[in-house]
Structure formats: C-alpha cells, structure tokens
Design a protein around this ligand. Structure first.
Ligand code: SF4
Length: 438
C-alpha cells in the first residue's frame, strides 16, 4: 500500500463534480495520502473533468500539461464525464497514466497501487448506461457552503446533452443516507448545504419506497444545525407549486431557484427536446414571485442552437427580458458527438453565436443590477465566506445577493444581519453589519 505521498486535485465543471472530488480526496487521505494544492509539486495529480462544452476538453489537456510542468514524474489520473465519454482521447495525452470512468473513479484508493508512470494512459471505464449504483458525496473543508450529492444521472433526452451518456440513468441516494450526511455536515460546522445532482428534481428514482424531491426537502427542513439549504438547480417541469409553496414557508430553504430554460423560443425548446413550453416556465417564475417577491431566480440559456434564426433568438431574448428573473448563465451551443442536435440542419456561425452570447450576458448584468437595486437600504442575513480579496470578504444573502464587507476572520462562516448599502466597483453590494460583538 502506498503511504506518505502527496496528492492534488483539480475539478472542472459542476457542483456535483466538486462534491465527488472532495469525497475521493477524503478516501485517499484515509489511505495515507496528504492532499496538497494543485499549484504546487505533488506525487499524484487527479483531474476531475467535465464535458458539457468542447472547451472542457481543451481545459483538461492544458491542466495535464500544467501538472507535468510541476513534476514530470508525477502520476496523473483523469476522471469525470470527459474521461467516461472519450477515454482513449485522454489516454493519448502525454503524461496521463490512468483514466477512470464514472463507475471506477470512486475505486481510486484500491486501483492506485503503483505510482510508476505508464508509457500511455491505462483505461478503466466500464459501460455506464445501465448502472444502478449510487455513491454518495459531499464537499467539505474547501468552501463555506457544502455541495451535497443527492442524485446522479439523467433519464431525459435533451438533444444537445451528453450527460446521460457520461453519467448513466437517473438514480438517487436513500433519504436516510442524505439525512445522515446532512447531520455529519452540521457536526463539521457547515451552515449551508447546496443540494446537488444532475437532475436534482428527479430525486427518488432508483430507490425503494415512494420518495420524491418534495418529500426529501420536507425531511431536510428539520435538520438541526444546518441553517440554510439551497437547491442547486431544478428542471422547470419538476418545479411544482407544492415545492415553491413549501420553500416559501420553510425554516431552512432559501428563496433562490436556479431553473434551466435553455431557450425562450418554443420552436427551439421542441428541437432541444425539452419537457415544457415557455408558457409553463413563465408560470413557474410568476408562482415564485407571487409566493416570494424577494426570491432570486437564475436562468440557464443556450445560444446558437442549430437552426436558431435571428427571429428565434429574438423570441428567446424578448421572452427572458420580460421575465422577473435575477441573473442568467449563458452557454454557447457546441457540437457534441452522439447527440441528436448534431444532425439538425442550420449550423449557426460561430461569430453569430458569440454575438448572441454577448447580448445575453449584458441582459444578465442588467437583470442582476435591477434585482440587487431593489434591496438597497434593506436588512438581510448573509453567510460570510472564507475567501479573502485584499481587505474585503464576501458573503451571500438568503436570496443570493453577493455582499462585501471589510475582512474580519471572526466573521468567516457566520450568518449575520447586514444592511445593504450601495454597489461597489465589482457590482457587489457594500453592506454594514447590524450586530457587533457576535
Ligand atoms: S435534463 Fe437534459 S440537459 Fe439536463 S442533464 Fe438531463 S439530458 Fe442533460
């Protein structure tokens, strides 16, 4: 057994990947490895990859090169969605020793028995489409908020998406184990948990008993020690009135919904094989705002999907512009192998995709400032993060407003009442503390 060696991790992609990297690093520490910073020298480098866009692929190659510069003799392991989808491509990258698929990544402690570099990457990546295993995970120690994995995989068939190919069918952790992990995080002093998965709202698939996302959040709302739960993202068709009403009256669930829309054009939604129309999405936003006018609503949107005409784009833009939402995450469509969208005629030129992306990013900035502006002068509670930027530290309010205060280490991981005052240069909100000697 290898002991006394250094290991470093780098994570690309989503909150789910961060929770899984954190879980794997804890497993390796139990095996006698010491986790060190990725920017420093290490004996082993582990890269947890994403494959949502082609940039993710390029990023992975650059990070392998970076690790090789730090220590040309280091043992390099690549895991995650890109590793599951294109193991041979990764194994051929100079410096890569081991490529692990979605089912094998959690077995790294058993698999890694020798750190001798391989002439080319060894691949262990089994078929995932019918996998029914669930490995739980949560992030802890490297952030103030913890990402808690409750669900994995997806049964949907969105025509642009490779995630079901990379992570398999929808499956869930048992409610007992989710509660056990939440209590463990409370004991570690974590104040905020972000419920994470691939299709989080589809929770309940693959476990015994009549469990669904609504039942789970009702159980979690009773977990002592955790002051805040946040739903990382939820599909519009799974966001029921009862979930919205529950969050509005709950003790611990934050008034913040991140809801992937992808397009405001019904023609595009049909081609994307999404499970709702724009009217339903609008009804979700209106329901949220009726129940919680102060709630934060985030939107995922894709630009440049095949056959998206100027008119379709404007339909999407005008639809979102008319919605009372708070910010956008904007993605530029990129061709992914083995997806239906790749066969749709009407490729949108890259420069047009970039122009449309830029338009949505400025719309997002307009929405965000308009949302923040509404709360200036108001009192809200903010959870302060450990990260320090010069003399400033940041926190997030219940409705996900990023606030800034002068750095004070004793405020890290504290939920404190603040008064929102004005915008700082970075567009965050300067705030004053409303309680002293806490
Ligand atoms: S819901 Fe659609 S976009 Fe999201 S992971 Fe599933 S297939 Fe992909």
């Amino acid at each position: 057994m290898i002991t006394g060696k250094k290991i470093a991790f780098h994570t690309l992609g989503c909150k789910l990947n961060f929770s899984e990297t954190s879980a794997i690093s804890r497993q390796m520490e139990e095996r006698g490895f010491t986790t060190v910073d990725f920017d420093g020298p290490s004996d082993v480098y582990v890269i947890n990859t994403c494959s949502v866009t082609d940039h993710a692929d390029t990023k992975c190659r650059n990070i392998v090169r970076k690790a090789m510069k730090k220590n040309p003799l280091a043992y390099v392991v690549v895991v995650g969605c890109y590793a599951q989808l294109k193991p041979k491509e990764i194994a051929s990258i100079k410096g890569v020793d081991l490529v692990l698929g979605a089912a094998e990544k959690f077995k790294l402690p058993e698999i890694i028995t020798d750190l001798t570099k391989n002439p080319c990457g060894q691949i262990l990546a089994s078929e995932i489409s019918n996998a029914d295993f669930f490995v739980d995970a949560y992030s802890a120690g490297d952030r103030t908020r913890s990402f808690l994995k409750i669900q994995d995989g997806c049964d949907y068939k969105c025509s642009f998406c490779t995630i079901p190919l990379a992570r398999g069918k929808s499956r869930s952790d048992t409610p007992e184990n989710v509660l056990k992990n939440a209590h463990q995080l409370a004991e570690k002093g974590i104040k905020e948990i972000v419920l994470t998965g691939v299709n989080t709202g589809d929770y309940g698939k693959g476990i015994e008993g009549e469990y669904d996302f609504f039942k789970l959040i009702k159980l979690l709302d009773e977990v002592e020690g955790i002051e805040r739960f946040r739903i990382s993202s939820i599909e519009p068709n799974l966001l029921t009135d009862e979930i919205i009403e529950f969050v509005a009256r709950s003790k611990r669930f934050m008034p913040h919904f991140h809801i992937p829309l992808q397009s405001g054009s019904d023609k595009m939604l049909k081609l994307m094989q999404r499970r709702y129309k724009s009217e339903w999405y609008k009804s979700r936003v209106e329901k949220i705002k009726n129940e919680m006018p102060h709630a934060c609503v985030g939107v995922d949107v894709i630009v440049g999907f095949p056959s998206e005409s100027d008119e379709d784009f404007l339909d999407s833009y005008n639809f979102i512009n008319a919605l009372d939402v708070s910010y956008l995450h904007v993605f530029t469509y990129s061709e992914r192998a083995n997806t239906k969208a790749i066969d749709i005629d009407g490729v949108v030129p890259v420069h047009t995709r970039n122009e449309r992306n830029a338009m949505f990013r400025s719309l997002s900035e307009k929405k965000r400032r308009h949302f923040y502006n509404r709360f200036l002068g108001e009192e809200r509670k903010a959870l302060f993060e450990q990260e320090r930027k010069g003399t400033i530290m940041h926190g997030f309010t219940d409705n996900y407003i990023k606030v800034a205060v002068p750095y004070d280490p004793s405020m890290v991981n504290q939920i404190l009442p603040v008064q929102l005052q004005n915008f700082d240069e970075a567009g965050n909100i300067n705030c004053g503390l409303l309680s002293s000697g806490y």
